[in-house]
Design a protein around this ligand. Sequence first.
Ligand code: FUC
Length: 733
Amino acid sequence: MVFSIATAFSLITRAQDLKIWDIRPAKTWMTEAYPMGNGSIGGMVFGGIAHEHIQLNEISLWTGDETNTGAYQALGDLFIDLSHKDSSETYRRELDLGSALQQVSYTVDGVRYKREYFCSHPDQVMVLRYAADRKGAYTGIIRLKDAHVARTSTEGTTLVINGVLENGLHYDARALVRVEGGEIIPGADSTVQVRNADGFTIYLAAGTDYSNRRSQQWRGQDPTGRDRRILTAAAFKGFDQLKSRHQYDYRGLFGRVSLRLGNTPASVQALPTYQRLLNYRNVPDHGIEALLFQYGRYLLISSSRKGGLPANLQGLWNDSNTPPWRSDYHSNINIEMNYWLAEPTNLSECHFPYLEYINSMREVKKEHTVKEYPGVRGWTVRTENNIFGGESFLWNTPGSAWYVQAIWEHYAFTRDKAWLGGFGYPVLKEIVEFWDDHLKRRPDGTLVSPMGWSPEHGPTEDGVTYDQEIVYDLFTNYIAAADTLHIDRAYRDHVADMREHLLKPRIGQWGQLQEWETDRDDPKDNHRHASHLFALHPGKQISVNKTPELANAARVSLQARGDASTGWSMAWKMNFWARLQDGNHAYTILKNFITLVGGSGVDYNEGGGIYSNLLCAHPPFQIDGNFGYTAGIAEMLLQSQTDELQFLPALPDGWADGEVRGLKARGNFEITDMQWKNGHIVRLTIRSLSGGNCFIRVPNALKGTLSKVSETGGQWRYRCSTRAGGVYAFTSL
Ligand code: FUC
C-alpha cells in the first residue's frame, strides 16, 4: 500500500482526536464520568485513583407495567478500593471512541498503574483489567452494591446481586474477579479481597427476565443462569481475546465513518477535553466539533444494539430510581431524535432496537388506543412510554405516525425490500388505518386531525400543523411502500386521495409558517419545540429546492423562535438550518451547542449545552441532543430526502476544507469518500449498493461518468446510472 505523507498525517490526526480525556478523576456522575455500554449493560466510570467507582445499568431494568409507566432504574455500583495513595501527578483517564476502550493510568510511589475497561457486545460482558509494572502491587477490596434492596452475596470469588422489582421483574448482576499472582479471598460483608496481586480482571454480567413479547407477559429467560454462562465463557476466553473480539465488533460499526473538518493543531489536541471546551469560544477547534459528531455514533453503538431495547432519554446511563422524565421513551421528539443519525451515519444495525420496539408495542397500544378512540383500527401513543406498553401524560396523536417514519427511512437507506414487505409494511399500514378512521372530513372535503396539540403549548384543536404534517409524511411513505412492493393498489389510491385532501401548511400574516390553522403565531414565542416545522425536518414535504415559499416561511418562523434553547432543541435547529441550506446559521447553533454547562443544574430555563464528559445538557443530561447534533452535521454535509443526493448543502464558511468518509444516502448509496477545499468538492466517490439512477446536486462542476442535467444558481445537477456494487469516482472539473 502506498501512503502519501498527507494521508498518513490525516490518519494520525484522526486517531489522536478520537479521545475524550481528563487529568482528574470524575467527581460528578452526570457531568464528568465517562459512559461505556454494549446496548444492554452500561457503566459510568469515575476513574478514582485509590477509590474507583463504576455506576451500573441494565437497559431493561424498569418498574411499571402495561397500565403504570414506572421508571427506568439504576442497577447498582461497583467499587474498587485500593490500598495505595489517592493522589498522583501523572494521572490520566481517557475514553477512546476509536476502539470503545477506557483507560485510567497513573503512577503512585514509583509504580505505574494501568486500567483498561470495555463493554463487549459479542460476549455480553463488561471487562475491567488492572495491571501494574511492579509485581504484587495490588491490594484492595471489591464491592458490588445494589441500587434497590437486594443484598450482595458471594459465590466463590464472584460478587452477586439478585433481586426482584415491585412489578415482579427479576434481575441479576455478577462480577467475577480473577487475580494474577498474590491471592484472592472472600472479604467481610460480601466483598472480595485482593492481596499483593500483580494484576486482576473483573468480568461483569447483568440481565433481567424482561422479554419484549406481550404474549409472554413481558417475561422471558431467567437472568441468573444466563449471567453464569456468560461469566464462565468470558473467564475462559480471558482479557486479550475478549478485547480483540470487542474491538473487531465495535470497529466494524464505528470505523465506517470518519470526519475531518480542517486541521486541528497538535497544541489544541494536547489539551484535556474540558480545557478545549473552555477555550472553544476563543480558539477555533474543529477537532472538537468532529469529536462530538463521532461521540454521537459511539453513544448509539454503546446503547442500541440488535436484540436489545432502544436508547432511552439517557441512552442507557442512569444513576437514579426516579430519573428526570423517568428516563423514558418520549414520543413527541425525543426517541425519534435518538435515531436520526442511525442510517445517515452508517449505523443501520443500531436502528433495529427502535424498529423492534415499535413492533413489540403494537398489540398493547391497540388496546389502549381503542379505549380513547372507539372504533378506530391501528394505534397511537401518549407522550411518555415504558417498555411494557404503559404510558402517561397526554395523547400524542401523531406519535405512532412519527415512530413509523423510521420504518420507511430504514428501507429508504437500505433498500431491503424483503424487510419492508415482511416487517415494515404491515406496521405502516395499520398506522395509516388509524388515521383513515380518525381524520375528520369537513363539508368541503378537507381532512383535519381532530383535537390535536402542538407540543407542548397552545390550544388543543383541529388541524394543528404538527399533526397534519406528520400524517402527510406517513401517507407519503405508505404510498411509496405500496408502490415499491406492488401491493394494495386500491388502498394506496385511497391514501393518495386522503393525502390530497389534508389541510396543508399555510403562510401567516408575518410571513411565518403557521403553527395552527388560525393565524395566531406570536413572533415573540421562543418555545423549545418547533413542531410545525416537522415538514422541513425530519419530514420532506417542505424543501428549499421544491417548495421555496414554504421553506422561506419556515425560515421566518425559525428566526423568530431564536437560537438559544435546551440541548435537543438546539440540535433540532441545526437540522432545520441545514435543511434550509444555511450552513452559517446551522454553525452558529452548533457553536452554541458546544457551551460547557457546569454543575448538576437541572433548570433548563438556563439553557442547554454539554458537560465536560460531552454528554448533552438539556439540562439535565438528556442524550437526544448528542444524537441530534451528529445527525445535524450529517445533514450539513449530505442530504437525500428529495430523490437526489445533495452534497455540501449547508457548508459553513468555517469549514472551508474537510473530508468525510462513509456517510450513507437514501437509495443505498455509500459515500466512500468526499473531500472538499474552499467549499468546492475536489473528490467524490460513491458506492452504489443497490444500483439504479443516482441524481447528484453539487456546488461545483464535476467530471467522471455522469451526465449533466442542469446548472442553475451555483448548483450543478448530474445523473449517474449505477449498477449494484459499482464504485463511481468524480473529481472537480
Ligand atoms: C419533552 C420536552 C422536554 C423534555 C422531555 C423529556 O416533553 O418538551 O423538553 O425533553 O420531553
